[in-house]
Design a protein. Structure first.
Length: 267
């Protein structure tokens, strides 16, 4: 039995080796016996594509879209100037604010103003009143009297007698001077002729210069040590047109002064 086993084992080994080398041909004959395939019925299936590849595929007959023009790239602008930080604002003091408000009020068009015009005495006072009355200022015109301890006057030296006084008065009237005053009494100024009394020497000298232009030659300026009462005219809340008229009138009164004053300070 043992020998038979070894013989069978050896036979199987030999048979296996022959099969591996193709020593037997019944396998080839079996393959050739199979029927031939119909090659005209064979169709190649398309290769499966992924959804991504299908969506990205473009048909041959489709037109590709024209790419949109690329917008021009703007040239780099100059760097913006950095503004300097604003200076700190300081609140004005109450007094400065009031002054600025008063100045702005004075510049408003059509604003009413207040004036002072003076000083007047004697014949000049009479003429100034007559000139101002023609403006018909009504209650806008007031006057204030000021008493001075000393003043100046324009006068003609004392004449010898009454006859010389009358002759001199006739000469003054011929020159258009109708305002004068003959000093009475028996003192050193008897028969002197006063032509005007003024608060300051400058005003008196200006008046004398005006008389000289009219032809008066013997008048002079002197200091008059006495009580002198002068008058100042106050014009309240008048317009610019009235101011211009008063300035024109002032030209006939060389010794007078016209000035603007705050309306709250007039009395």
């Amino acid at each position: 039995m043992r020998n038979i086993f070894w013989i069978l084992l050896l036979a199987n080994v030999i048979l296996f080796a022959l099969i591996q080398r193709g020593g037997f041909d019944w396998g080839e004959q079996e393959v050739k016996a199979q029927p031939e395939l119909n090659s005209d019925m064979i169709r190649l299936l398309p290769e499966p594509q992924s959804p991504l590849s299908k969506s990205s595929a473009t048909p041959a007959h489709a037109k590709l879209p024209t790419p949109a023009p690329t917008p021009p790239v703007p040239a780099p602008s100059a760097p913006a100037q950095v503004a300097a930080p604003p200076e700190p604002v300081t609140s004005p003091s109450p007094s400065t604010f009031k002054l600025k408000m008063a100045a702005s009020e004075d510049k408003k068009p059509g604003k009413l103003i207040c004036l002072e015009w003076g000083d007047f005495s004697g014949s000049d006072l009479t003429r100034a009143k007559a000139a101002l009355s023609a403006l018909q200022l009504a209650d806008k015109l007031k006057q204030r009297e000021i008493e001075q301890d000393i003043g100046y006057w324009v006068y003609m030296p004392p004449l010898k007698n009454k006859t010389a006084v009358k002759r001199k008065i006739g000469e003054l009237k011929a020159l258009g001077i109708n305002e004068y005053f003959v000093i009475p009494g028996s003192g050193q100024w008897q028969n002197a002729i006063s032509l005007g009394v003024f608060k300051t020497r400058e005003a008196a000298e200006n008046f004398l210069h005006a008389l000289n232009t009219k032809g008066v030659r013997t008048a002079r300026v002197g200091e008059r040590a006495s009580k002198l009462i002068t008058t100042i005219f106050i014009l309240n809340q008048v317009d610019a047109a009235t101011e211009l008229k008063v300035k024109e009138i002032q030209k006939d009164f060389p010794g007078s002064e016209l000035k603007n004053v705050p309306c709250g300070l007039t009395r």
